[in-house]
Design a protein around this ligand. Structure first.
Ligand code: NIG
Ligand code: FE
Length: 413
């Protein structure tokens, strides 16, 4: 992590003082109380896009602020790190969602409907969808976002998906092994061969990560290992869609391969929990998927008690979780996954950063990126206390205002 530019550097430092903060979550125990590093009535100075100083309200060092932002007693939290999304897609699966609500089970077959629509979509349409969803994510406080391919499933369409994603984030993930496409039906090993050779050759230059859906009906443990190894040969670090629809080998494959994260973790055996708590692989929980598929929720409490690192992410995709809202995921995690608000907020910030192996985001320690969310509330607890309400007032990225809520016009009902 590089430190902020020293005072007196050639270019004039652009700096912002956030003053009169009612409550500040830093996620840095050196700066405040508990694991959240919580401070009350304080100020924060950002210099050249990085956190440079945190201290008492009204006490920012003189001359530090080109710009003063009076937060008016509201709370500030680190920007959310959404470590799992699938934003490059076309088509509409709202009817499939409605059918699930009426009782039809989710079996991941709908992925192929999205693949057909995505292949047929012009590039500018896909690009517009990613832009729209990335902007939507930002407006609910997301300041770092991972984005996967996985709805192209040809060399051309996967490469195209990653090129589009790469315009929006450096955390792009190759998910050619999302499912076996129709033209390879009954020949999954031939498809895995394509994924591990030509497709990865074309896609690796646009990706940082490699992911595989290890599940009955998608790819088995051997196929998943092969995909992760082929990615590793091209310097891509692994992530695994694991144990979403049932018990299985996904989590153990992820841990053994040294993957950065095992995502979903809905159906875990004791050995899976042990494996996650013993190593660095982050358990990424996706409550939006469980909401939308009417599945039982992953047991966040069990993972935290066992000592695993837990991340919360949106899994935004058209099939199982069509939301970009991390505040909503935090609210669901507190109600359905046995997590406290503190744990859920940490999982959606620092946990996401760990899942993406980044130390520059997910916290507001000195030197961190000045990515932060001003809440329209006196406390971070409102993220769960006011579910579905517009609790995000401002989003700042690298010390610059990226989004602000419109002032409300209101007449009597
Ligand atoms: O993370 N589980 C696999 N992939 C996505 C859903 C894909 C889809 O149904 O379109 C997920 O839930
Ligand atoms: Fe996913």
């Amino acid at each position: 992590m590089s430190p902020p530019a020293p005072a007196g550097a050639a270019a004039p430092a652009s700096s912002v003082v956030f003053d009169n903060i009612g409550a500040l979550v830093t996620n840095d125990p050196l700066l405040g109380d508990g694991p959240l590093g919580l401070r009350q009535r304080c100020a924060l100075v950002a210099v050249d896009g990085r956190v440079a100083w945190v201290g008492g309200a009204g006490q920012a060092p003189e001359g530090t602020g080109d710009r003063l932002v009076d937060v008016g007693g509201r709370a500030i939290v680190p920007g959310f790190v959404d470590s799992h999304t699938h934003l490059v897609f076309a088509g509409d699966r709202s009817a499939e969602f409605a059918a699930r609500l009426a009782g039809r089970p989710y079996k991941a077959g709908g992925i192929l409907a999205t693949v057909t629509a995505t292949r047929a979509a012009p590039e500018d349409v896909l690009e517009a969808t990613v832009s729209r969803l990335a902007a939507e994510a930002q407006s609910s406080g997301t300041t770092t976002l991972e984005c996967k391919s996985g709805y192209g499933l040809t060399t051309h369409d996967e490469e195209r998906s990653l090129r589009i994603a790469k315009d929006h984030t450096e955390d792009t993930t190759f998910l050619g092994a999302h499912t076996v496409p129709a033209e390879f039906a009954g020949r999954p090993d031939d498809y895995v061969d394509l994924v591990c050779t030509d497709m990865l050759d074309a896609c690796a230059p646009h990706a940082r990560w490699v992911d595989v859906f290890c599940e009955v009906g998608a790819f088995d443990a051997d196929q998943a290992r092969e995909v992760l190894r082929a990615g590793a040969r091209r310097s891509l670090v692994g992530r695994v869609h694991a144990n979403q629809l049932g018990a299985g080998p996904g989590v153990r494959v992820a841990v053994e391969a040294g993957a950065a994260s095992a995502d979903h973790c809905t159906h875990l055996a004791p050995a899976d929990v042990d494996a996650l708590s013993a190593g660095p692989t982050v358990a990424t929980l996706l409550p939006g998927a469980e909401f939308s598929t009417r599945s039982p929720y992953a047991d966040g409490r069990r993972l935290l008690d066992a000592g695993a690192t837990v991340a919360l992410a949106s899994d935004c995709n058209p099939g199982t979780s069509y939301t970009t809202s991390i505040p909503w995921c935090i609210a669901l995690a507190t109600r359905e996954m046995g997590m406290t608000v503190d744990e859920a907020l940490r999982a959606a910030t620092l946990g996401g950063a760990r899942a993406l192996r980044r130390d520059d985001v997910g916290h507001l320690g000195i030197g961190a990126r000045a990515d932060l969310v001003v809440l329209d509330a006196p406390s971070y607890l409102y993220l769960a206390y006011r579910p579905g309400a517009p609790v995000v007032a401002e989003v700042w990225r690298r010390g610059e205002l990226a989004w602000a809520a419109e002032p409300q016009r209101f007449g009597p009902f």
